[in-house]
Design a protein around this ligand. Structure first.
Ligand code: R5P
Length: 288
């Protein structure tokens, strides 16, 4: 078994290697002056079972190309099996034609990853679980809920309600609620345009409860910040937010800092730069 990584999340790859007591494979991402990427694999991989840890987070296009080129290099170097470990799967939110002539980029990604030579994919909390079926190779789809649940169990909060910030996240919210012995509530959210969300109703009992909102992704943090306000207006005491993928683009960090949320718990599927590390943000590792 050998583990390699590109530049997307070297810290996570290092933590996985430490967990498994396996050294990180010797490789380098090279960049030519015109921006093209090349990969140097600096040890033999002949006959080996290879795992490439490379979430396709921002810079998404560079990280995708690093992954594809690394898989190609490993294949041509006679690796026996190559598993693409993509804790965050970029372009997952383009998984269907929402309007006429839309691309389905999540499927395009599945095609190129398979064509490059991946034999298997390991990923986490796909925005749309049906993306598993875009691949004709095995996909291990792991949930972040067990890691988040363990953290909240240890906090021993009373009177808990787990809140899904939209109708699509109810199954995830129920899974967390069952693990920590909480009731559930649902926010009825509408998206009039990309990156803008509007809250219509909140279904469930919030009065006097400690609320935990759970989402797959926090991107601009609009959904979660607005949701927290709505929960407070309906009588919630403390409001926590958690997610697997901390995309945190645009004004997300400012929004979270200014929000009524007491703590935001995320995982490290996407690396968090120093300027995004605010006090109320807690990062849990998915390495195990
Ligand atoms: C949407 O359906 C997703 O589950 C998240 O709710 C969404 O990506 C969060 O986006 P933002 O943080 O920009 O509101």
């Amino acid at each position: 078994l050998k583990i390699f990584c590109g530049n997307a999340n070297r810290d996570l790859a290092g933590e996985i290697c430490e967990y498994l007591s396996v050294p990180l494979g010797e490789s380098k991402v090279l960049r030519f002056q015109d921006g093209e990427i090349s990969i140097a694999i600096n040890e033999s991989v002949r006959g080996a079972d290879i795992f490439v840890v490379q979430p396709t987070c921002a810079p998404t296009n560079d990280n995708i190309m690093e992954l594809l080129i690394m898989i190609d290099a490993l294949k041509r170097a006679s690796a026996r099996r190559i598993t693409a470990v993509m804790p965050y799967y970029g372009y997952a939110r383009q998984e269907r034609k929402a309007r006429a002539r839309d691309p389905i980029t999540a499927k395009l990604m599945a095609n190129v990853i398979t064509t490059a030579g991946a034999d298997r994919v390991v990923t986490m909390d796909l925005h749309a679980p049906a993306i598993q079926g875009f691949f004709d190779i095995p996909v291990d789809h792991l949930p972040g809920v067990p890691i988040l649940a363990e953290y909240f169990r240890e906090k021993e909060l009373a009177d808990l309600v787990v809140v899904s910030p939209d109708l699509g996240g109810v199954t995830r919210a129920r899974s967390l609620a069952e693990r920590i012995g909480a009731s559930i509530a649902i926010i009825d959210k509408r998206r009039p345009e990309p990156n803008v969300s509007e809250i219509m109703h909140v279904i469930g009992e919030l009065e006097g409860k400690n609320a935990i909102m759970i989402d797959d992704i926090i991107d601009t943090a609009g959904t979660i910040a607005q949701g927290a306000r709505a929960l407070r207006e309906r009588g919630a005491k403390e409001v926590y937010a958690c997610c697997t993928h901390a995309v945190l683009s645009g004004r997300a960090i400012e929004r979270l800092a200014d929000s009524v949320i007491n703590e935001v718990v995320v995982t490290n599927t996407i690396p968090l730069s120093e300027d995004k590390r605010i006090d109320k943000l807690k990062v849990l590792s998915v390495a195990p």
